[in-house]
Structures are given as structure tokens and as C-alpha cells.
Design a protein. Structure first.
Length: 122
């Protein structure tokens, strides 16, 4: 199967899942903080870290890494929501979202890679 189709197939699953997960998580919080976007971005970062560290083929990375994780995570929504918080006067939440998203995303990717390495040594 051509790589571009694998990417599209992964994205066709990741994008609706992002929307549903975002709505489900955000509905559980009575806060202006964008918990839904934060959750999908951290989850996607962890999954991508895991995939990147596994000895997977090019097709798996195209489908699950680029397609699925690329559509599951959303930098544009993160940027928009962070600016919206700042413009609405919730500057502390905006700063917290920016810092926590980067730190948690990197931490999740590291944990995903460490998990993959643990699988390989078992």
C-alpha cells in the first residue's frame, strides 16, 4: 500500500478520536483550562515516543506515527487555546498550558521510549 494511503488511513482514525476524546475529557472539567487538548497531546506524544523506539517498519510508522498520532495530537488547537486564554485574561492558565504541555509532552515521549526499550530487553 502506498505510504500516503497509510498516513491517510491513520489520520482518518486519529482525527475523530481526538475530537471525541477532547469533548469527553473537557466535559468532565468545569474549568477554562483546555484539559481535552492537553490530554490528547500528551497521550499522542507518549504513543509516538513508544512507536519511534520500537523496531517497526516504515509502513507502521506512516500509519500509526505520522497518520494516527499526527491527527490525534493538535498543535494548532493548543496554540489557539493558549492565545484565547491569554486574550480572555486567564494569563496564568495560558502560561500553565504552554509550560505544562511542553514538559508533559516531552515527558510522555520519553516514557514511551523507555517503555519500548523495556519491552526489547524483556
Amino acid at each position: 500500500m502506498p505510504t500516503v494511503l497509510l498516513v491517510a488511513l491513520g489520520a482518518a482514525v486519529g482525527a475523530p478520536l481526538r475530537y471525541l476524546a477532547d469533548r469527553m475529557v473537557q466535559a468532565r472539567h468545569d474549568s477554562v483550562f483546555p484539559w481535552g487538548t492537553f490530554t490528547v497531546n500528551v497521550t499522542g506524544s507518549g504513543l509516538l515516543g513508544l512507536l519511534a523506539a520500537l523496531p517497526a517498519g516504515h509502513g507502521v510508522m506512516a500509519l500509526a506515527g505520522t497518520g494516527f498520532c499526527g491527527a490525534l495530537t493538535t498543535y494548532s488547537t493548543f496554540g489557539y487555546e493558549t492565545l484565547r486564554l491569554a486574550e480572555d485574561g486567564a494569563r496564568t492558565y495560558a502560561l500553565l498550558n504552554a509550560v505544562a504541555s511542553v514538559v508533559a509532552g516531552l515527558g510522555a515521549a520519553y516514557c514511551g521510549m523507555a517503555l519500548a526499550q523495556a519491552f526489547e530487553t524483556s
